[in-house]
Each structure stands twice: as structure tokens, then as C-alpha cells.
Ligand binder design. Structure first.
Ligand code: TYM
Length: 341
């Protein structure tokens, strides 16, 4: 029997943030530990997605390798037999499936994507790459028949679009794609009751983002532990003077509680038990600053021990294997749409 596939990707357009780490890296590491015996795992870098937001092309290649080193430093086992690690642009079937699927996606649904709306508002010019980005993402997922796609909260709509495209295609041409599970099931699979969205420390109504220029609000994994602690100490809170978890009324404080819970491997309720009702935000910030700087020290120490050569060797092996494997599904799609006999 073929195993179900768990798949996720992380763009290498910019340095990784604490948001990426807590929203995407850690869940994938946990899933690998827990599920590698009964599932196939795919972790990839969607490098063709890099240009949808501003990028330094001269560092892109190296940054891709560094992102994979980050996963290894977080505890991801690169040698695990059930885990494939690869770059999107090294497997041309992603782009071919994307070209085909583009004809089944509608302008209206793509215009409604909040990521598109947010990012296009911030940009001087809007590329068609940014607009069709979710279709390429759908191709990434459908190409490998992934059922489980652990993602941060900001990607929920893209997962829903992937499901819609798969169902639309299957209805027209017969069962072709595995339809990934719906959002709530995805959360339960990763033991979450709500999506993770780490907020900017300076503007906690917005997510912490690597593609937005917000140095005070964003903790980069390359920040020194001292810099990161300072950012936490100057995080925006509110004037309610009462600690509680409520993203509507207290987004800044809730963000700190969420960061603390994920870094210390506790539920938010467990963290809240020691803080609820207290009024001194400074004490909470001091505790979170310590957790963040302890985490960065240990993470950066581990990262320094992971060589790029090991990563490149794993990529070369897996990309060769997958280039072979993806031809089957692509051929089936090409036949369905009348491109092949
Ligand atoms: P990207 O690179 O923007 O983000 C990678 C992952 O990090 C999560 N994330 C966050 N989680 C919590 N709090 C935050 N502040 C935060 N910022 C980012 C994202 O939800 C994501 O899980 N479209 C994807 C890349 C992609 C992909 C795919 C993912 C392309 N194809 C196929 C899965 C499957 C993206 O832009 O991620």
C-alpha cells in the first residue's frame, strides 16, 4: 500500500524569521519524528516562488541551502529514508503542472487571495507571478499527491484553493489528484486547535514577515540573542494592564504568550496559568526575551555544525529520484487534457 504524503515548503527569498520557525519549521520537525514510519514526508524549497516579492538574486542560491540547514539544526533528520528534500526549480514537472493548472484557475478567485491583496498593496508594481503564485503552490502539492500540508495560518486560503482546483480537475477529467484534507483536519493532524500566526512585535495586528521591512518587529534567526531580546523588550503591547490571551483585544501580549508557549513546548493555557490577570507586562517580556535568546543560542550553535555539502548531496539524490517519479502523474494530467495519447 502506498503511504500518505505529508508535504511542506518554505521560500528562500529572505532570511528566516522566528515566525517561520515556529509556524513551519518546528511543526515539520515534530511531524517527521512522530510520523516517519507510516508516512512519506516531503520538504522542499519553492525557489521559483522567490521572485514574487523583492529578492537579492545574488544570495538566493546560498540562502536556499541555508534554509535546509535551518531545518537540520531544528532537529530534522536529513538521512531519514521516508523524507525527500528538494528544490522546486530542479524538478521541472512543478512548472509544467503549473502551466496546465493556470488554465483551470479563475481570475476572480486569485484576486480574492488575501496574501495577494496584502502584498500587492505594499508593492510599487505587481507581477503576474505574485498573482498566479497560489496556482504554482497548488501544483507543488498536487504533483506528489500530498494529503497533509502543515502550514502557518496565513496560507489557509492557498490550501483551500488547492482543494478547489483538485476537485474541479477531478470532476472534469476523473480522479487524477489526491485532494488534500481540509484546514481543520490539517490542524488536528499537527495537534493544533488553531493556526499559528506569529505577529510583528512592533505591529501585532500584522504577521511577522520576512518580506516586509519591519526590523523592530521581526526576529531573524540570524539575530544575535541580545538583539532578539531587545526586540522582545520593546514589543508593542496595550494599555489594559492585564495579561490574558485574546488576539482581538490584546494582540501584543497574546503574541508574546504564543511565542513563549511554542518555545517552551507548552500549551498557551499552561503558559497562561502563571501569568493570567497579572499587570506587569515587563515581567512577561523579560521571561519571553530569555526564552527567545536561549533558543537562538542553542539553534545557532547547532546550525554552525551543519555543512552545506551534506545538504547538497541529499538534494542531488532526492531530486534525481523525484524527477523520475513525477513523470507518471504529469503524464496522466497531460493525457487528460489531450496533450498526450
Ligand atoms: P513562506 O515561505 O512565506 O512561509 C513558510 C511557512 O512559514 C509560515 N509562516 C508563519 N507561521 C506563523 N507565523 C508567521 N508569522 C509566519 N510567517 C510565515 C507560513 O505559513 C508557511 O507555512 N506559499 C508558501 C510556500 C509554498 C508552499 C508550497 C508551502 C509554496 N508552495 C506548497 C507548502 C506547500 C509560503 O509563502 O511560505
Amino acid at each position: 500500500m502506498t503511504k500518505e504524503v505529508i508535504l511542506t515548503g518554505i521560500r528562500s527569498n529572505a532570511e528566516l524569521t522566528l515566525g517561520n520557525y515556529l509556524g513551519a519549521v518546528l511543526p515539520m520537525v515534530q511531524l517527521q519524528k512522530e510520523k516517519h514510519e507510516s508516512y512519506d514526508l516531503h520538504f522542499f524549497i519553492p525557489d521559483l516562488h522567490s521572485f514574487t516579492t523583492p529578492v537579492d538574486h545574488s544570495t538566493l542560491y546560498a540562502q536556499t541551502i541555508d534554509h535546509i540547514r535551518t531545518f537540520a539544526a531544528a532537529g530534522f533528520d536529513l538521512n531519514n529514508k521516508s523524507t525527500k528534500i528538494y528544490r522546486q526549480s530542479f524538478i521541472p514537472a512543478h512548472s509544467e503542472l503549473f502551466t496546465i493548472l493556470n488554465n483551470f484557475a479563475y481570475m476572480g478567485e486569485l484576486s480574492r487571495m488575501t496574501q495577494f491583496k496584502d502584498k500587492s498593496e505594499q508593492a510599487d508594481t505587481v507581477s503576474s507571478g505574485l498573482f498566479t503564485y497560489p496556482v504554482l503552490m497548488a501544483a507543488d502539492i498536487l504533483l506528489y499527491g500530498a494529503s497533509w500540508v502543515p502550514l502557518g495560518d496565513d496560507q489557509k486560503q492557498h490550501l483551500e484553493l488547492t482543494r478547489d482546483l483538485a476537485l474541479r480537475f477531478n470532476n472534469k477529467f476523473g480522479d487524477t489528484f489526491v485532494v488534500p484534507h481540509e484546514w481543520n483536519k490539517q490542524l488536528a493532524f499537527s495537534h493544533r486547535d488553531s493556526g499559528v500566526r506569529i505577529r510583528s512585535l512592533s505591529n501585532p495586528t500584522k504577521k511577522m514577515s520576512k518580506s516586509v521591512d519591519d526590523p523592530r518587529g521581526t526576529i531573524l534567526l540570524s539575530d544575535t540573542p541580545e538583539e532578539a531580546a531587545k526586540k522582545i523588550m520593546s514589543a508593542t503591547t496595550d494599555d489594559l494592564a492585564e495579561i490574558d490571551f485574546d488576539f482581538e483585544k490584546r494582540p501584543g501580549v497574546s503574541n508574546l504568550l504564543q511565542i513563549e508557549s511554542l518555545l517552551t513546548d507548552q500549551t498557551v493555557d499552561q503558559v497562561l496559568a502563571s501569568w493570567k490577570g497579572k499587570s506587569n507586562y515587563g515581567d512577561l517580556k523579560t521571561a519571553v526575551a530569555k526564552s527567545v535568546s536561549d533558543f537562538l543560542k542553542s539553534y545557532q550553535e547547532k546550525l554552525s555544525q551543519i555543512s552545506s555539502e551534506i545538504v547538497e548531496a541529499k538534494l542531488a539524490d532526492d531530486e534525481e529520484f523525484l524527477n523520475d517519479q513525477t513523470t507518471n502523474l504529469l503524464l496522466q494530467v497531460q493525457k487528460s487534457v489531450g496533450l498526450r495519447r
